[in-house]
Ligand binder design. Structure first.
Ligand code: ATP
Length: 286
């Protein structure tokens, strides 16, 4: 996805036109954001996906190359590249419309081929900006190889029982948790009944995150107090960093801790990938 972002003190009401302060284009997309922050952390990242055969697709391909990410399974399509139209208001809150474009052209068989061809694969991460059948195919292949699978159910869509079965970790934010579970994550009792016997993490914005282990233990980890400028891509910073940390052999609690620190740093700067800390900054956090 390419992010087309308008910054304005107030967001227009229906039928209203307002002048904003700034317009930017930036690299975005939940999958790409999570892959890029994992690469910043030092992970050996392989990306499976599809870009448009257009200028947006070309610039993303170039960015992946620059970051040293393996793109052997990043194919091109005649369908335009995915874009996200983002509005950020004066409080740093965002509203987003995404148009998936080429992302919906990924073929499940090609995803399986990708998963099976990557050497030393430990963790596979997916989101809901591609078709669920592709994620199911990729996760099923990953589980057969003994890998850990992490699903960030964003943007929300109902998830099939088969996909949940092959998902080791699910990481919703508060809104997605409410949509998945029908209740807000307001108490430990509600968190415990979410996915008994499986691991989950709920990200809680400025409150940090709640880790729900398969054995039912709940750990709440606070976020550092920061001055938030733009939370776009914060959830992705958390997921990509958590995946890197888990793949590096860290405990779940340590991985959540690092995810929170990196994500909280990202909200102090504008944009998604452009707000992510560098490898040197991250090395000072762990
Ligand atoms: P977004 O959709 O805005 O990218 P999200 O809703 O998926 O984010 P959140 O739960 O809002 O995800 O935030 C993810 C992580 O980012 C939090 O766990 C926290 O570490 C950090 N974070 C987000 N907002 C703040 C904030 N205001 N102050 C400090 N940390 C924050």
């Amino acid at each position: 996805m390419i992010d087309l972002t308008a910054y304005a003190k107030n967001i227009p009401l229906p039928g209203q036109t307002l002048e904003g302060e700034l317009f930017t284009t930036g690299f975005g997309g939940k999958g790409a954001n999570q892959a890029v922050i994992a690469a910043h952390c030092g992970a050996d990242v392989h990306f499976i996906g599809k870009l448009g055969r257009d200028l947006f697709g070309d610039s993303i391909a170039e960015n992946f190359k620059k970051l040293g990410m393996n793109s052997d399974f990043v194919d091109r399509s005649d369908t335009p590249n995915g874009v996200a139209h983002i509005w950020v208001d004066g409080n740093g809150e965002n509203r987003i419309v995404i148009i998936p474009g080429a992302n919906y052209e990924i073929d499940p068989a090609r995803a399986i081929q990708g998963i099976n061809s990557i050497q030393d694969l430990t963790v596979v991460v997916a989101q809901c900006e591609i078709k669920q059948e592709v994620t199911l195919a990729a996760f099923s292949a990953a589980k057969k190889r003994g890998c850990t699978t992490i699903l960030n159910p964003a943007p929300f869509q109902p998830l099939s029982a088969q996909l949940l079965e092959v998902t080791d970790w699910i990481i919703p934010n508060e809104t997605e948790f409410l949509e998945l579970h029908g209740k807000a994550p307001s108490s430990d009792e509600i968190l415990k009944e979410f996915r008994p016997g499986k691991n989950s993490i709920v990200t809680l914005g400025s409150e940090g995150a709640a880790l729900i282990k398969a054995d039912g233990t709940i750990t709440r980890i606070a976020a550092p107090k920061v001055s938030a400028v733009d939370t776009t891509g914060a959830g992705d910073a958390f997921v990509g960093t958590f995946a890197f940390a888990l793949a590096s052999g860290k405990s779940a609690i340590d991985a959540v801790n690092l995810g929170i620190k990196v994500a909280s740093m990202s909200v102090t700067r504008k944009g998604a990938q452009s707000s992510y800390p560098t490898q040197i900054e991250i090395s000072t956090l762990s």
